[in-house]
Design a protein around this ligand. Structure first.
Ligand SMILES: [Zn+2]
Length: 416
């Protein structure tokens, strides 16, 4: 009996050991180069990003530390976490022999989820750490290395070495007339201070950038920077700033529910032929409103879009952008959409399967092309409606008509 119990215990221990999740950490900017070298500025702050994954079950980060070993003269100005409002400057510094300094950074205690797999290229994870590296004045090293280690938690340590090369930041140069980029400083919680932003904008300007597509500088996840400072920064820079708030306000349903149109027909009809009336009821990353009605001038949802854009235009924005990432296989299957789809695909409405899941599994590519064409139609209709009254108005989107990691009922993960 005792032996049997021991055997059971041994088997249990072995399986728990083999099942232990491994923390996998990908680092940037070295991670996407064949030679694994990270190039950092010799005379400006640079950002080191670490993306945390797990091989199996969620890894709990309680008591975990990020240990970074750097050459003397290259310090850490601060660090922060993806989409976190918490402030973290809990750093310890320890000067080592041989011109090295080790840093210990406390990590945020929330699990590293298993939702996204640690593949060679992805940065899709929900646990990012951003570390702002700052060279001291006169820092002159051309090459060195950085060692990092994540340890202290109830998981096997993860560690790595990054070869470093240092370059001077670009100085003022001849600029193109117009060079607009879509960029962020990083979806970081707290490392951004005014110096980070000033440095970043100065380098962008020296590289010839004349316009920045952004939610509004600095990043919305930098709560340490108040709105007065944001306005001061916007006013002081000569960049064209592109509004990325007006379109999501309607297309991502950020407007107050009290302003929603009352009629059922304006809301998406989902895979289960149910109307979602608020974002919480939406499947995957679908759109709340029927996209066919959004692309149709003079419908209430189209007019909501126009109103919001007009408001921002009056504030001085002439360019409107949107990061339009929708899972188009979850909606909308209303009569307007089916009619529009049949017309686009050259099918008789009677040919279409009545069950949405059957429709999209029978015509997956046609449905994708139809939604892509229709997404263009929404922006074309907006431009046509506003071009006369809003001189110079422009629209731009980066569209992804699927959403990685989203579960689509009936289709599982990865609808396409
Ligand atoms: Zn519809």
């Amino acid at each position: 009996m005792r032996l049997r119990l021991l055997a059971v215990l041994a088997i249990g221990l072995a399986s728990s050991l083999t099942a232990q999740s491994q923390l996998v950490v990908k680092t940037f900017p070295n991670g996407y180069r064949d030679d694994n070298t990270a190039y950092f500025y010799q005379d400006h702050r640079s950002l080191l990003s670490l993306y945390f994954f797990t091989t199996d079950k969620p890894v709990i980060m309680k008591d975990a530390k990020l240990l970074i070993d750097l050459p003397e003269g290259l310090g850490i100005a601060g660090y922060g976490f993806l989409n976190s409002n918490n402030k973290y400057y809990d750093m310890k510094k320890n000067v080592q022999p041989a011109g090295r300094v080790s840093w210990e950074l406390a990590l945020e205690n929330r699990p590293v989820s298993s939702k996204f797999a640690p593949t060679a290229w992805t940065v899709y994870s929900f646990y990012h750490v951003y570390v702002s590296l700052e060279p001291q004045p006169g820092f002159a090293l051309k090459e060195s290395s950085l060692q990092w280690r994540v340890a202290g938690g109830a998981f096997p340590e993860a560690a790595g070495t990054i070869p470093l090369k240092f370059l001077k930041a670009p100085g003022p140069a001849k600029k193109p007339k117009s060079f607009t980029v879509s960029t962020d400083i990083g979806y970081c919680s707290e490392i951004l201070d005014l110096k980070d932003i000033d440095d970043w904008l100065a380098i962008a300007g020296n590289c010839g950038v004349t316009g920045i597509i952004n939610d509004g500088l600095p990043n919305k996840y930098a709560p340490g920077i108040n709105e007065r400072n944001r306005q001061r920064i916007r006013a002081a820079k000569s960049f064209i700033l592109i509004d990325k708030t007006a379109l999501p306000y309607i297309l991502d349903s950020r407007l107050p529910a009290a302003l929603y149109p009352p009629e059922d027909k304006y809301y998406q009809l989902n895979l289960a032929l149910k109307r979602a009336r608020k974002p919480a009821e939406m499947l995957a990353n679908s759109i709340l409103w029927c996209p066919t009605l959004l692309a149709t001038p003079d419908t209430p949802v189209f007019n909501l879009l126009l109103e919001r854009i007009r408001e921002q235009y009056r504030l001085g924005f002439t360019i409107f952008g949107h990061d339009y990432e929708k899972d188009i296989y979850t909606s909308c299957f209303c009569e307007y959409c089916l009619k529009s789809f049949a017309g686009y695909a050259g099918l008789a409405p009677a040919e279409l399967p009545t069950r949405p899941l059957n429709l999209i599994t029978k015509y997956p590519l046609e449905w994708y092309k139809f939604r892509a064409w229709q997404t263009g139609g929404i922006f074309n209709a907006l431009h046509t409606a506003l071009a006369g009254e809003c001189p110079g108005i422009k629209f731009g989107i980066d569209a992804s008509l699927s959403y990685p990691g989203m579960y689509t009922p009936g289709l599982g993960y990865g609808a396409i």
